[in-house]
Ligand binder design. Structure first.
Ligand code: NAD
Length: 444
């Protein structure tokens, strides 16, 4: 459903009126297009303290932006704060960003690079954890469609020394229009070496991706973005949605697989559909059956947990056990900010989505060690789909405005995050839950 308020504030009289009334001022977000794949301007590379990692400048150059140490109007600013290990050192963060933050172009990006807070050095841990509060606050105040994130790169215990090489796919995503609706996030990378990308223009070439719940909404957008990036897509949805599924699949050159993901033989049928192995598995199918707990019959509880969580656990286990997801494989599940913040009337849904977060955090490290596969999740906030169009007007408006970007996201915003997890060189991105919520106030 169209966001009329966003349209209104895009006109001169609308902007004047809403400013006078002190109402939110959402800036139109620029998403990725073939014609405009990059941000429009240079990338300002700054440091605070003596960096604890090498290769940052090289990693930044893979963003496609011109990297500079001086710029009047940067489209992006990256602050290497990996060397900040004391409370006094935080002064260098202020000294680096305070003079330039106002010059950031609208729709710009700020990425702070940090390291993992240490469990043996509480001064380093305090200074590095301080960066999280800093980034989340700057995200809330920066405005004009700009975003701010923290990327933690492990600085210790890495053979050959700590390097930003493993962060390249993450920086490419965060420093591009693809991450338009992601802000205030902390991404903690592992030390895993990235797998090579043969064709940067179509990085998923040669991989088969299966997307559940792909007939419409977010799932159809995920299928579309993965196909854009070169994957051969299998689009799965319930047999009752066959017509819509086939239309979506035809449009994308994908294969339709009408199948209820809760069927006992679902994993076997998926494995049979991918005899050469499944490179990317996206668990997107999800349902809501809202009621307050006191009014919720057992069947509404059970169906939500079955579709949103149990079938995800079962198919993941069975496909991994059968060796159907080869090394380099990617599993991406779908949580929700309801699973982080909770929501009235959604005890079943929020439990199922919080369960996804538990699954990702626990399985991620073991799947990497045992199978060479990463496991991550997206946690969408308010995304403009049929599901949210059905929400009553005032709740819908609150959902749209109660975030740092003062607007709802689009299905493609979630899809771009899934595609980042799926990249061959995202090997160091594992066990992460990325909120795609415009830095929603809920659960923040
Ligand atoms: P949607 O209802 O538009 O689409 C969900 C799809 O899943 C439908 O095509 C449906 O037929 C399919 N599906 C349902 N049960 C299935 C089953 N048993 N087997 C196979 N397919 C099944 O929903 P959406 O808004 O596109 O949401 C997609 C995912 O994102 C869901 O997991 C949802 O919980 C999550 N999410 C959405 C939002 C939002 O704002 N839209 C916010 C947070 C999380």
């Amino acid at each position: 459903m169209a966001d009329r308020y966003l349209h209104l504030t895009g006109t001169a009289p609308g902007r004047f009126l809403t400013r006078r009334l002190g109402l939110p001022q959402p800036a139109p977000l620029r998403r990725w297009t073939l014609e405009t794949p990059h941000l429009d301007g240079p990338l300002l590379h700054l440091t605070a303290g003596a960096p604890a990692i090498t290769g940052v400048a090289e990693a930044l150059r893979t963003s496609g932006l011109t990297v500079t140490e001086r710029a009047d109007r940067p489209a992006a600013i990256v602050l290497d704060a990996t060397g900040v290990t004391t409370a006094a050192g935080l002064g260098d963060v202020h000294a680096a960003l305070h003079p330039v933050v106002r010059s950031l172009a609208p729709g710009g990006r700020i990425v702070v690079l940090g390291t993992v807070p240490s469990s043996d050095d509480h001064h380093q841990a305090a200074a590095q954890q301080a960066l999280e509060g800093f980034v989340r606050s700057l995200g809330k105040e920066i405005g004009r469609g700009s975003t701010v994130q923290l990327v933690r790169i492990p600085a210790a215990g890495i053979p050959g020394g700590a390097s930003a090489h493993a962060a390249e796919s993450t920086l490419r995503f965060l420093l591009s229009p693809r991450s338009a609706y992601v802000s205030g996030q902390v991404i903690e990378l592992t030390a895993a070496a990235p797998d090579p990308v043969a064709d940067p223009a179509a990085p998923l070439t040669g991989r088969t991706a299966l997307v559940t719940g792909a007939a419409r909404g977010i799932g159809a957008a995920v299928a579309s973005v993965l196909a854009r990036d070169g994957a051969q897509v299998i689009a799965l949805d319930v047999p009752g949605a066959r017509e819509e599924l086939e239309r979506t699949a035809d449009r994308l050159g994908a294969t339709a697989l009408p199948l209820d993901i809760t069927a006992p033989d679902a994993a076997g049928r998926i494995a049979a559909a991918v005899p050469d192995g499944l490179g990317i598995l996206v668990h997107n199918a999800g349902i809501t059956r809202d009621r307050r707990l006191a009014n919720m019959p057992a069947d509404r509880w059970a169906s939500v947990v079955e579709v949103n969580l149990d079938s995800v656990l079962r198919t993941t286990d069975e496909l991994l056990k059968a060796g159907a997801i080869p090394r380099g494989g990617r599993i991406v599940a779908t949580a929700s900010i309801a699973g982080i913040a909770g929501n009235t009337g959604q005890t079943n849904y929020a439990a199922s989505k919080a369960g996804i977060i538990g699954l990702v955090r626990s399985l991620g490290p073991r799947a990497a060690a045992d199978h060479g596969v990463t496991v991550n999740a997206v946690a969408p906030g308010f995304i403009e789909t049929k599901m949210t169009a059905a929400v009553p007007f005032f709740i819908r408006e609150a959902g749209r405005r109660m975030n740092s970007l003062s607007q709802g996201g689009l299905p493609v915003d979630v899809a771009e995050a899934v595609a980042w997890f799926a990249q061959p060189d995202s090997t160091a991105v594992n066990g992460q839950v990325l909120r795609v919520c415009g830095q929603s106030l809920l659960g923040a």
